[in-house]
Design a protein around this ligand. Sequence first.
Ligand code: SAM
Length: 287
Amino acid sequence: MSRPPARSHGRLSIRASARPRDLMAETARPGAWTARVVTLFPEAFPGALGLSLTGKALAEGLWALETLQLRDFATGKHRNVDDTPTGGGAGMVMRPDVVDRALAAAAEGTSGDWPVIYLSPRGVPFSQGMAQRLARADGVTLLCGRFEGVDQRVLDKRRVLEVSIGDYVLTGGELAAQVLIDATVRLIPRVLGNAESAVEESFSEGLLEHPQYTRPNDWDGRQVPEILLSGHHAKIAEWRHAQSEALTKERRPDLWRAYLARTGRDPVEGQELSDAQTIAGKGEQKD
Ligand code: SAM
């Protein structure tokens, strides 16, 4: 059987193959954070990950991307990867034996902290915190679903973590995998040009980011806020922080409540709690 041709992205070669180690980026630095993606559509990668900062970092070997074609692990004349749902119902389900062989191959050569994730609308919600934890791992294996999803038994057997990128249903896991990889890779040291930018972004402090402006100062009759032209860095930082708080309070009450609780302020009124109240709980009940 002839192999699909390699596709070149910069100096990285991505090939649909059953043997992940064949796919190691020639340029990936030893120990580079690696995303191994099990998918029926390897051609969807690197997709948007091949652009801009993530693409440059990929070409420079700061991280590595490997794809495994799920169909390569199917057997029989038709190499079926799916079958009808047991108990009836619409659609098809990805077969446990095929997924199991693919995940076994994806596990080859992995060591250390290497989670295995199935992108799934019923998974735990993906978050900036999860991206931070994944960026500290050695790599991640991502299983992209199609059809009605994956037979539960292989997820249980391999203790796969289900992760959702939001409360909506996509056609397949490939876009979700790219979202997860993008958010993670940009936290790997040296991937972002300016190390500061990841610190100031939305969610890094549990708040949404303040509004951003650039030149010209007067555009279409609209001025940039005066404070940003003052050159007074402490006052600018204070203004930005206040903007972040106001935006978070208005748009994301869930994040705002968590932020208030973390910073020791009253989650209901937004009031500072005294140390005694914080330790004792939320203060005395009124009659
Ligand atoms: N029947 C499934 C359900 O209702 O939960 C939906 C399957 S969906 C059509 C096909 C695949 O897309 C899933 O197996 C999963 O890999 C991916 N997918 C869809 N929505 C997703 C989401 N919100 N987050 C992560 N992956 C998602």
